[in-house]
Design a protein around this ligand. Structure first.
Ligand code: SF4
Length: 172
């Protein structure tokens, strides 16, 4: 096992959702971290949760929470899986799953990652490599830097702002 030792993982480790939000919107990440958790009322989050809860009823280990930080949808023998509604946020879903793989590797567990899109009947394989490990480490450092900011990152219009739970907060 070749875990990079050049980051202080213990102080940088964070929740999977924050790593996901980093790739969606840095401002959203900051707002979420400060306890403005409007996303919990979002129908889409609820739908995603329901999709995760009911799409693979025969799997052995589902909703595995580790260190109160990462919550893996499904843990199989060789792979971990995340279940998502659509692949519109594939880049964010991908880094979140890479982070889970990285986190597990730090615990001495090596697996493959799969993102399942049951409604689309699609799956994306996600593998931890030297390059993707570096990507995860850069993401963790960036999350830390953003959450250390006193003010939220400046507004930047995203194509999906109107669908974001923070739309009224940002643009209202
Ligand atoms: S509304 Fe747009 S700018 Fe505001 S948090 Fe959401 S994605 Fe980011």
């Amino acid at each position: 096992m070749n875990v990079a030792a050049d980051i202080d993982f213990q102080s940088l480790k964070t929740t999977g959702i924050k790593v996901n939000y980093l790739y969606i919107c840095e401002r959203k990440l900051w707002l979420f971290d400060r306890g403005i958790q409007m996303e919990s009322k979002s129908d889409k989050v609820l739908m995603g949760k329901l999709t995760g809860e009911h799409s693979y009823p025969r799997e052995d280990k589902r909703e595995v929470l580790i260190d109160n930080l990462i919550n893996i949808d499904i843990v199989g023998e060789d792979e971990i899986r995340e279940v998502k509604l659509s692949n519109r946020m594939l880049h964010a879903d991908r880094i979140q799953l890479l982070y889970y793989l990285y986190y597990l590797k730090r615990l001495g567990i090596e697996k493959r990652g799969v993102i399942n899109y049951p409604k689309m009947k699609k799956r994306e394989e996600v593998l931890l490599t030297a390059d993707t490990e570096k990507e995860v480490e850069s993401a963790l450092i960036r999350v830390h830097d953003i959450l250390s900011m006193e003010k939220p990152p400046e507004l930047q219009k995203k194509p999906y702002c109107t669908k974001c739970a923070y739309y009224e907060f940002c643009w209202g």
